[in-house]
Design a protein around this ligand. Structure first.
Ligand SMILES: NC(=O)c1ccc[n+]([C@@H]2O[C@H](COP(=O)([O-])OP(=O)(O)OC[C@H]3O[C@@H](n4cnc5c(N)ncnc54)[C@H](O)[C@@H]3O)[C@@H](O)[C@H]2O)c1
Length: 352
């Protein structure tokens, strides 16, 4: 499905390259032969996968803010990318309650800035805007969302991603309909799991932090069902879509869901138990009710469009995804070479 011939020497610009997904994508694209450039405001966590893997200064990685149009434009002018993956975001629901202004300005105006700049370059083949499965209006029923379902979001993060979707759609309709203009897509995926995540208030990082510090992990919503998704399955969707754009252009513009199959939709408690079994006996957990939580209890995506039109499908079952994730954190704990471990997991994934 993912073919290096599409990526050799392609200049790929990733906003949010220091994030969890951005780091996996950087490593994978470099392996495929692309020239990778990045633009991020910070290391989003300490430790961060990016700084563990990229230990030396690299000229193509820039520090900058997607809210700053001039700074972003200067870098894009300089790089002249073939493809942009726009991932930079305030990506945490809980944090979005504390700082809605930063969340909206980054997630919405950051997207406006990227598209505003992209429309000045017909040399860009594709702009892939990473939003979220939370962009849909979720009334709490067990709906499988399709791409044309209503957008919404009850918390600032989800709503900012719904807004970013509206921005992508309006820019698409207004500026990117010419055959020689960049193809703009938005991609919606669910809760990603995989090694290298240390974000706050995400289940997998919370579990491995608890293991590290030797204290019980506090689980707020053990019964919430989420479409857990391995980061490589998610990124393979973004890459497969971009490859189609290289060949067929505008017919692939628009919104795309990349979600896991049904058997991935498991409650939080299942993930905790399984990781605990895979790790051994070091993980203890307690529950406390989360009165502040307004996240929907159930959320799932209908990815049949990607399956039919891209030939994409998740390749890992949930158990394999959890094993890969646990092995990565084991490698971290054992002091392994994390670039090599990450590449090893990518190579094995490509061979499935
Ligand atoms: N991880 C998930 O489970 C998940 C699920 C659905 C959607 N997403 C989306 O995927 C994308 C990547 O997620 P992630 O988990 O890698 O995120 P992350 O939190 O690990 O990293 C966020 C990245 O964005 C950068 N950033 C934040 N604010 C910025 C700003 N103002 N200017 C420039 N850079 C800024 C950070 O420096 C970092 O590189 C995000 O858009 C996120 O909303 C993630």
């Amino acid at each position: 499905m993912i073919n290096a011939t599409y990526w050799q020497k392609k200049r790929v610009f990733i906003t949010g390259h220091t994030g969890m997904k951005g780091t996996w994508l950087s490593v994978w694209l470099s392996k495929l032969g692309a020239e990778v450039f990045g633009y991020s405001i910070d290391q989003p966590s300490n430790p961060s996968m990016h700084s563990l893997i990229y230990k030396q200064h690299y000229d193509g990685f820039y520090e900058g803010d997607v809210r700053d149009y001039n700074s972003l434009k200067k870098i894009i002018d300089h790089i002249r990318p073939d493809v942009i993956f726009h991932m930079a975001a305030q990506s945490l629901v809980r944090h979005s309650y504390l700082d809605p202004l930063y969340t909206y300005t980054t997630n919405v105006m950051g997207t406006v800035n990227v598209l505003e700049i992209a429309r000045q370059y017909s040399s860009i083949a594709a702009v892939v805007c990473i939003t979220s499965d939370k962009c849909y209006q979720n009334d709490g029923f067990d709906t499988k969302f399709k791409e044309n379902d209503k957008l919404g979001g009850n918390d600032p993060y989800s709503s900012s991603k719904g807004c970013a979707e509206l921005v992508v759609s309006a820019y698409n309709e207004s500026y990117f309909r010419e055959t020689n203009s960049p193809v703009i897509v938005s991609v919606r995926a669910g809760n990603v799991i995989g090694g290298g995540d240390w974000a706050e208030d995400r289940l997998i990082p919370d579990l491995f932090r608890a293991i590290d510090f030797g204290h019980p992990v506090i689980i707020r919503n053990p019964n919430s069902v989420r479409p857990w998704h391995h980061v490589l399955d998610c990124l393979s969707g973004y890459l497969a879509l971009t490859q189609k754009i290289f060949v067929s252009g505008n017919e692939f513009a628009g919104a795309w869901n990349f979600g896991p199959t049904e058997d991935y939709n498991k409650p939080v408690s299942y993930i905790v138990d399984r990781v605990s079994n895979l790790w051994g006996d070091e993980l203890k957990w307690e529950t406390t009710p989360d009165r502040d939580n307004k996240e929907a209890q159930a959320l799932s995506l209908d990815s049949s469009k990607a399956v039919k039109r891209l030939g994409w499908k998740p390749r890992l079952d949930l158990d394999d995804a959890l094993k890969l994730t646990t092995n990565w954190y084991r490698g971290y704990k054992d002091g392994d070479d994390l670039l090599e471990l990450t590449l090893h997991q990518i190579r094995n994934y490509e061979a499935i």
